[in-house]
Design a protein around this ligand. Structure first.
Ligand code: PLP
Length: 510
């Protein structure tokens, strides 16, 4: 075997690099000046996008597979230059996303990747810390605890709650229900569910599908979620909940948790949290409040009474990436007793043992590695200030009231649910009765979205298809809503005419 001195190795590498300049590019440390030059160009691209997303149709007019057809099937063997990479981003990726950061985005729960959030996200990537342990990320851990506590204060929650950040509400709800399961059946950690009682979670028929997914993951099965009927305003009925719990106990099952929703996905209804909290306390059942979207509204004093009772919850989830202007992803989970999560999840192998008395975020859930999500939340809260965030939320609610007034005044449309926050649910009168109504709303939605200036979504509640206008983007102004409303009216009228539906006799028929 040929032995070589360190100098010889270096000399070999240099020769090799001359022969293969691209390989040298992939192996070398960053060139002085390269990060600055490239990041400035990336910053220009991001700024151009933030300032001009409106030049795009909200949804790109492409069919499935069109982007993939333009991507090479195999990865590049040799390093490519920045020029080409960024040009491909600009010409192939940016135009072919659905533009959630477009002010005409009115679908699902509209959100905003605001400037302070984008800056925070960029710096998070540059720092690239893994916040699994305090010692692997001291500032990330302590900032996360502090910003979650800022949010707690902003929403008027008691100091007893401590929060941390997950990726999504689905994961926050999953781990909250795991803690509830642990409390109700302590053997579960060692023995699993074998030989235990039937464990049940309760939620309204309007609660989010993440509750079902959590039950599937936790071994309760979808039959382990009992859906309680909601009232005429889509709120969980506490009497029906009490009756279901009593019936299940008599049947030998063990109720472990109730998931109450403050801002349901379809209509943004708010369950009667105080009555549900009292029932949970009486029954010794964990209360998890899903305020993933609605929670942001608690920043406004005039809306906070809607949340009365959530202070008695065991856990609360709220997503700053929905309606608090933080880019995807960022979901805050508060627990009254964070040790309940440690009891459920903490597993510390020798290589992760530490001696500091400090929070190790890895103990609070499934994942070991964690992104530094607190930085963008911190920057958003600081740059807008509490009062700025409060004004923005209030403005969105005012815009929703404005749309509500247009719908209420138009005989060809009807409101389909009370407007609670910043979402308006409505139906266009099809004039054709129930048989054609669902297809009419769906076809109408396609036409409204195809126009390009806005994107709406739909939902189904009690067998009826509803259109949803969700306001949540910081750029959305009255003119965007006027435009969308004009398109909705025009397209509804065209569709009725094309289908031979009698517009004049419309209100008599329905
Ligand atoms: N809970 C509610 C009420 C929601 O509306 C949603 C999503 O829209 C979720 C939970 C799930 O959120 P995520 O996408 O963060 O998992």
């Amino acid at each position: 075997m040929r032995s070589s001195s360190p100098n010889q190795v270096t000399a070999d590498r240099v020769t090799d690099k001359r022969a293969h300049p691209e390989r040298a590019l992939a192996e070398r440390a960053l060139d002085p000046g390269e990060p600055r030059a490239v990041l400035h160009r990336a910053a220009d691209l991001a700024a151009d996008y933030l300032e001009g997303a409106e030049r795009y149709s909200v949804r790109p007019a492409i069919a499935p597979g069109e982007v993939a057809a333009q991507l090479p099937r195999a990865p590049p063997e040799q390093a490519e230059d920045w020029e080409r990479i960024l040009e491909d981003y600009r010409s192939l990726i940016e135009p072919n996303v659905t533009h959630w950061n477009h002010p005409g985005f009115l679908g699902y729960f509209a959100n905003t990747g605001s400037l302070p959030g984008v800056v925070g996200e960029t710096l998070t990537a540059a720092l690239n810390v893994n916040a699994m342990l305090w010692r692997t990320a001291p500032a990330a851990t302590e900032l996360e605890e502090r910003v979650c506590d800022w949010l707690r204060q902003m929403f008027g929650l008691p100091a007893a709650f401590s929060g941390h950040i997950n990726d999504t509400a689905s994961v926050s709800t999953l781990i909250a229900l795991a803690a509830a399961r642990q409390r109700a059946w302590p053997q579960v950690r060692e023995r699993g569910l074998c030989g235990g009682p039937r464990l049940l979670v309760y939620a309204s028929d309007q609660a989010h599908s993440s509750v079902d997914k959590a039950a599937i993951t936790l071994g309760l099965g979808t039959l382990g979620v009992r859906r309680i009927p909601s009232d005429r305003q889509f709120r969980l009925d506490p009497d029906a909940l009490a009756a279901a719990i009593a019936e299940d106990r008599a049947d030998g099952a063990r109720p472990i948790a109730v998931v109450a929703t403050a801002g349901t996905t379809s209509t943004t209804s708010v369950d009667p949290l105080a009555a549900i909290a009292r029932l949970c306390q009486r029954e010794g059942v964990w209360l998890h409040v899903d305020a993933a979207y609605g929670g942001a509204a608690a920043i406004c004093p005039e809306l906070r009474p809607l949340f009365a009772g959530w202070e008695a919850a065991d856990s609360i989830v709220m997503n700053p990436h929905k309606w608090l202007f933080v880019p995807m992803d960022c979901s805050v989970l508060w627990l009254r007793d964070p040790d309940a999560l440690r009891t459920a999840f903490a597993v510390v192998p020798a290589y992760l043992e530490t001696s500091e008395s400090a929070t190790n975020l890895m103990d609070l859930g499934v994942q070991l590695g964690r992104r530094f999500r607190a930085l963008k939340l911190w920057m958003v809260i600081r740059r807008f200030g509490v009062s700025g965030l409060e004004r923005a939320i209030r403005h969105h609610c005012e815009l929703a009231r404005l749309v509500e007034s247009w719908v209420a005044a138009d005989p060809d449309f009807e409101l389909a649910a009370p407007v609670v926050f910043s979402v308006v649910c409505l139906r266009a009168r099809s004039g054709g009765g129930e048989a054609v109504d669902g297809a009419f709303q769906r076809d109408l939605l396609e036409r409204i979205n195809a126009e390009g200036g806005q994107l709406l979504s739909l939902t189904e509640v009690r067998g009826r298809t509803l259109l949803r206008i969700a306001i949540g983007n910081l750029g959305t102004q009255r003119r965007h809503l006027e435009h969308a409303w004009g398109v909705m009216r025009r397209e509804a009228e065209r569709l009725r005419r094309e289908r031979g539906l009698d517009v004049a006799a419309l209100s008599e028929r329905e």
